[in-house]
Design a protein around this ligand. Sequence first.
Ligand SMILES: CC(=O)N[C@H]1[C@@H](OP(=O)(O)OP(=O)(O)OC[C@H]2O[C@@H](n3ccc(=O)[nH]c3=O)[C@H](O)[C@@H]2O)O[C@H](CO)[C@@H](O)[C@@H]1O
Ligand SMILES: C=C(OP(=O)(O)O)C(=O)O
Length: 419
Amino acid sequence: MDKLAIIGGRPLYGVIPISGAKNSALKVMAASLLTDKPLTLYNVPRLADVDMLLRLLEQHGAEATFDGSTLRLHAKDIVSTEAPYDLVRKMRASFNVLGPILAREGKAKVSLPGGCAIGARPVDLHLKALTAMGAKIDLDEGYVLAEAPEGLKGADISFPFVSVGATEHAMLAATLAKGVTRLENAAREPEIADLADCLNAMGAKVSGGGSATITIEGVERLHGAEHRVLPDRIETGAYAMAVAATGGELTLTGTHSDLLGAAWPVLAETGVELDEAEDSIRIRRNGARCKAVDIITQPFPGFPTDLQAQFMALMTTAEGVSTIKETIFENRFMHAPELGRMGAKISVDGQTATVRGVPRLKGAPVMATDLRASMSLIIAGLAAEGQTMVNRVYHLDRGFERLEEKLQACGALIERVKE
Ligand SMILES: CC(=O)N[C@H]1[C@@H](OP(=O)(O)OP(=O)(O)OC[C@H]2O[C@@H](n3ccc(=O)[nH]c3=O)[C@H](O)[C@@H]2O)O[C@H](CO)[C@@H](O)[C@@H]1O
Ligand SMILES: C=C(OP(=O)(O)O)C(=O)O
């Protein structure tokens, strides 16, 4: 298992190009199963999760060609309606092939999903949405068996709470349903609007993507299209927090501040200097320590749960006491004890962590527990005095494209140790 060795305590200076968003790329890739015509996607990040989903799509019959960050997918025929455990268990988004296969073929058998172990993460809202559209759903030996031999039909679906995955799943399935589907209390994450744009380019009739009410008028068939994946807001926020922690100045290109929702004003409150141009943002901290700021994770446009771990790393050396409340996932503080190994003062009580800032962390061996937690350890390692060894970096490879290369170009001493 690879490790990352970091010698910390150096400021970051330079330019980091932001990749396409993993959490959008995976959903628009699943959309390719809705049509027998080619879908060309630009700005697709080369990540372990993308490779894993490609293997799943190929198993269903899609042909895939990757050229740089351009991915061409062509699911001319669906040769298998079954998504096996081994290809679905590692990643949440692979479950979203269920809706497209069911909508196109009238049946699907998909393993229950995996993904980061940050909570129970049931899929009841996904299944209720598909059931409301007329699917007959059974669970058997860890698989969801879904049938809709006459096709799916439009439905009014009101989600009891916001779910990104369930909103996307319902949108994907509803594009080919007979009649109109209305989603209430839909997730408003930027990736939802991106998926709606991609589906519309394919001939779907989706309106309201990115708002709490989404309407999908079903169409007979979808066609080929080209779509550019939006920038990764979590990668953007993570590098912004990295330079806030180490000091220095980074320009992040191919991204913009609107994607960060509440994380942008929160960063400003910590005292870092923020600037933005049309297609880039600049973050600078020289001298004074960051100030402690309290946050509560919320669905977009609130502070994203996927940046909570990275923000906690920043707060470990801030001036003052910060409280961090996690409201989306019940088990997403696994980085706290790891940060503690480096001298961070964090106490966790249920869903709230209290971080008492210390002037400096000290490098230590630490264990990455999930994707975003891993990035928090990288940030802490970059800011800490001495060497940090981050174990289990395969989590990072799921979601941060060319991480070492991007950081090395800005002066970080970070190396992959192959084992
Ligand atoms: C691949 C991908 O895009 N993953 C993102 C997606 O995950 P994901 O789509 O899994 O997250 P959801 O928004 O669905 O989850 C929100 C909450 O709803 C619960 N829930 C969800 C569905 C359901 O059927 N029943 C249920 O109870 C979850 O356990 C969680 O507590 O959004 C999360 C919230 O922004 C991000 O952290 C993940 O990075
Ligand atoms: C939690 C994440 O991924 P997944 O939903 O696949 O576990 C993530 O992207 O932070």
